[in-house]
Design a protein. Structure first.
Length: 212
């Protein structure tokens, strides 16, 4: 039964790659919460914004398959970013860095920074490798609603508007990633998540939280 389930998951992921390449949006499990994904192109990204009801000035994160892909989407990568990535990637850490010129403004909400993560889950990694580049991704929920933790919760919020909801794969996390801005003198936690401030400080003691 497990082998059959794995084959089924593999077929779903293969189909998802074809949907992404055709400009569609897919939902998939990650190591944190269920995500929505699209390729870096105006039409697919606009579809993603519409699905979530997300304001266009709010940036969308990028998922990459490994640290080796970081220079393709970010520039002037500071030592702090490298140290945090070495410790927590793949995993529930999103880094905010200065964006590469290759990353278009329609992904970053017109900002000069980009949010990047390497997930610890085979499904998004396979999708990234399948499309041959970064995956524009955000949580699979309507803006302002709770993050989806399983396919049924994705359907409840987004209905049949998604090209495919990948059914298989465990969801080991259930909590969103921690977002850390590393563009300044000290790393700044912009959003609390699965990785605590205390754990971040074991790598860089100067890490602080954004004042509310």
């Amino acid at each position: 039964m497990k082998d059959k389930s794995r084959r089924s998951l593999g077929l779903q992921v293969e189909f998802a790659v074809s949907i992404l390449k055709d400009g569609g949006v897919v939902a998939f499990p990650t190591d944190t919460v269920f995500g929505l994904g699209a390729v870096v192109a105006p039409g697919p990204v606009e579809s993603l914004y519409q699905l979530k009801g997300r304001p266009r000035d709010l940036a969308l994160p990028l998922l990459i398959a490994g640290y080796s892909q970081l220079e393709a989407v970010a520039r002037d990568i500071p030592e702090a970013a490298s140290r945090l990535a070495e410790k927590f990637w793949p995993g529930a850490l999103t880094l905010v860095l200065r964006k590469s010129p290759a990353v278009p403004g329609f992904v970053t909400g017109g900002k000069k920074t980009v949010a990047v993560r390497v997930p610890r889950h085979s499904v998004p990694i396979t999708l990234i490798l399948g499309i041959g580049g970064p995956l524009v991704s955000t949580s699979a929920n309507l803006s302002g609603r709770p993050s989806a933790l399983n396919p049924n919760e994705v359907r409840e919020q987004l209905g049949d508007k998604v090209g495919l909801i990948i059914e298989g794969g465990d969801l080991p996390g259930g909590r969103e990633s921690t977002i850390v801005d590393v563009t300044g003198k000290k790393p700044v936690v912009l959003r609390r998540g699965a990785i605590t401030l205390a754990r971040l400080r074991t790598v860089i003691p100067e890490t602080i939280e954004k004042e509310s």
